[in-house]
Design a protein around this ligand. Sequence first.
Ligand code: ADP
Ligand code: MG
Length: 369
Amino acid sequence: MGQLALSGVKKRFEKLEVIHGIDLDIRDGEFVVFVGPSGCGKSTLLRMICGLEEISEGDCTIDGVRVNDLPPVKRGIAMVFQSYALYPHMSVFENIAFPLRVEKLAEAEIKARVGRAAAVLQLENRLHQKPGNLSGGQRQRVAIGRAIVREPSIFLFDEPLSNLDAALRAEMRIELTALHQKLKATMIYVTHDQVEAMTMADRIVVLDGGSISQVGAPLELYHHPDNMFVAGFIGNPRMNFIPATCTAVTDAGATVALATGGAVTVPVAAGPALVGQALTLGIRPEHLSQGPGDVAVDVTPTVVERLGVNTVAYADLPGVGTVAALLPGAATVAPGVPARLSFGGADCHLFDAAGMALPRRAMTPAETA
Ligand code: ADP
Ligand code: MG
């Protein structure tokens, strides 16, 4: 079992509060990713869960038992860090076996557990080697092996892939997802990288300045961000934001006049009080095109990135900032050459002055048919 609940969890360092009251339920077997920019409190939250950091206020329960006052080893948790912290003079076998030796397990049990972990991690042929002879990815697998042998009900990972190069990170993402499927244990994974969050998580917890900004499945966050922070954080290149003013509200949604010119109707649920309000329209780069659309922005790209499968064009618009468009690989855009980028109202998001998303309007019977 590996069910975890946080309720009203706060952290203060001296007088400075850095975690402001976290409520979160994590189901047994779930892969949950804490994501957010550097300094938002991801590591602190993880360290409170595993017992390396005291919880200033609130409760942490594991399988219904309050663990606030339990030492780390009694919580049934294993943590994997960014730095693998392997012992260079010990073999891979002994590095993996280390926590079991500390627990004084019998030799036969140690052999069996290390053997099972090595099989899961494909390290069977490396057990006699020293960490210095391994690649970065293999070393990280040894560190994970050291967590696996303890047979925890919950695994915690704090940016375990940050030290690896991009190709290896992509490979290890897939390995960790496969590992989760094999072990079926609860995993909580911390990263500042939204791609890792999107690709590995059953559910993502987006943290912003010590508070939860939104919790949801990856595509829920992508399609229905609750606020501008999540909208801007999830998705790459990030969502474009254009100042807008509401000019009319009808059954079809809210019509807004854009600071970049033109107007578009976004299918949100809103009342007449919205008319006249200053809003922000959000449109993802992948929803801009050089084809027809409900409305367009005229830009002169400053930078054009050719990625093969896609082309990304960036332009600066006065009063708006940088606008990015994710176009097909063969798109005919070039730096310094004016281009018209169109989009549809259905792909837009609207945010109020406080940065909160306006809810989508319910679909009409004709639309759901
Ligand atoms: P993240 O892992 O998301 O980058 P951290 O959890 O490490 O963020 O830090 C969250 C906040 O808490 C930061 O503002 C950081 O400076 C502060 N903090 C972390 N550890 C300590 C500490 N031991 N003493 C004082 N402040 C700390
Ligand atoms: Mg951290």
